[in-house]
Ligand binder design. Structure first.
Ligand code: PLP
Length: 425
């Protein structure tokens, strides 16, 4: 069998035949009456089942220090759980807060408090600035962008490269004092799977910024979510920042949402002691303490930091074949056609698919017409606006393996059909 030719190299007649073939393949696909969903990065039922023992825990109601977890109090969270995640995140226990079930809520709390009160090094609350701008590496996490959009923060896209945000672009932008922050998913980024390198992180931590209270929202949601045995280690941004004289610049977030139960895990904030004190000083008006019963349950379930690492290998064994299936389906249908490129992540929850410019919306529409739900085109860009209309985020974690295979073969057909339509004008 000869390698498939690039679509752009076909003669008009060949392209017409190709288009007809894809139309037939698409009609076949529709006839199957599929109902498949690759939209959100949710853990599968099988993954959730790995943590079912949590439903029988905690045993007893006191932590090792004798704290009665049923009662109010302990705003910074149970010490044992903070110690465990301090170890995993390479920080000191006093630099970690164990909170409620959602790290996104902690990010939102930080943003709102910066707006209302400013941070430890703010000249004034961000709401008193004429304009507040954020650097948004793209493609990125849609909820980061919608959170900023909700507060009228201006979003400036920069490319997300394989080693992190485009640092030359970032360096230029931070000379504007209105630029107050940047989002980064440093390990196995959503959706590209990129891992921020030590070099890029060092620059981010040490660069001069016109805003004295510039913040790196370092969302380490996938810090432990490896898909291969080559486990990336997240850069220690907090030590890097304090070593270069900007201790309060990073705010690190993590959670067990994709380790135990997505809706009932524990979230963490890690930062300088000044930032931790700042967060708690504001949080005391919002809460008398987190759900320590759930925190104790997690302490007993994991046992240790190594227990978390061991548990993540079980997730890997379930997830890795699904990611392999995505790659295999795209490779078998699209190799040589030069109408798409896609990421081959070694961790995280997503595959980033870039199709022919101007066809991503059409691919999503075609997939929908065949019963395959994809994340809306452009979702990984501020205001949902992908200027090239080429980016699609694939989330293969939730469906069972056979469904991932079927859905991805269908997606590949839609990519080819949309490309053939476009090229034949
Ligand atoms: N951050 C990133 C990058 C995510 O992809 C997600 C979920 O998809 C979250 C945060 C949500 O985290 P949590 O469940 O802790 O609120």
């Amino acid at each position: 069998q000869t390698a498939a030719a690039p679509l752009s190299s076909l003669s008009p007649a060949e392209l017409e035949t190709f288009l007809e073939t894809q139309r037939t393949a698409y009609a076949d696909l529709q006839a199957h009456g599929l109902k498949l969903d690759l939209t959100r990065g949710k853990p599968s039922v099988e993954q959730l089942d790995l943590s079912n023992e949590l439903l029988e825990l905690p045993k007893g109601h006191k932590d090792s220090g004798g704290v009665d977890v049923r009662n109010y109090g302990g705003l910074s969270g149970l010490t044992e759980l903070r110690e465990m995640f301090a170890n995993l995140l390479w920080v000191e226990t006093e630099q970690v807060i164990a909170g409620g079930n959602s790290s996104l809520t902690m990010m939102h709390d930080c943003l709102v408090q910066l707006f209302l009160h400013g941070g430890p090094d703010s000249p004034r609350p961000w709401s008193k600035e004429e304009t507040v701008k954020f650097i948004c590496p793209v493609p990125g996490y849609d909820r980061h962008f919608t959170m900023l959009g909700n507060y009228g923060i201006e979003m400036i896209p920069v490319p997300m490269n394989e080693d992190g945000p485009d640092i030359a672009a970032v360096r230029e932008l931070v000379t504007d004092p209105a630029v107050k922050g940047i989002w980064i998913v440093p390990t196995y980024a959503n959706p590209s799977g990129a891992v921020c390198s030590q070099e890029v992180a060092t620059e981010l931590a040490s660069m001069e910024t016109a805003a004295p209270d510039f913040r790196i929202f370092w969302d380490n949601a996938y810090a432990f979510h490896h898909l291969t045995e080559d486990e990336a280690k997240s850069v220690d941004i907090i030590t890097l920042a304090s070593g270069s004289g900007h201790p309060n610049r990073p705010l690190m977030f993590a959670s067990t949402s994709k380790i135990t139960f997505a809706g009932a895990g524990v979230a963490f904030l890690a930062a300088s002691k000044a930032n931790v004190d700042w967060y708690l000083a504001n949080q005391q008006f919002a809460s008398i303490g987190p759900d320590k019963v759930n925190q104790l349950r997690h302490v007993q379930f994991f046992g240790s930091a190594d227990g978390v690492r061991e548990h993540m290998r079980k997730h890997r064994d379930i997830l890795a074949p699904k990611f392999a299936a995505v790659d295999a389906a795209l490779e078998s249908a699209l190799a040589g056609r030069e109408v798409a490129t896609w990421s081959k992540p070694s961790g995280g929850y997503f595959v980033n698919l870039d199709v022919l410019d101007g066809t991503a919306s059409r691919v999503v529409e075609l997939a929908k017409g065949a019963g395959i739900a994809l994340t809306p085109a452009g979702a990984s860009f501020p205001h949902g606006n992908d200027p090239r209309d080429r980016n699609i985020r694939l989330a293969p974690s939730f469906p069972v393996l056979a469904e991932v295979e079927t859905a991805m073969a269908g997606v590949a057909t839609c990519v080819l059909l949309a490309a053939a339509e476009k090229l034949s004008g």
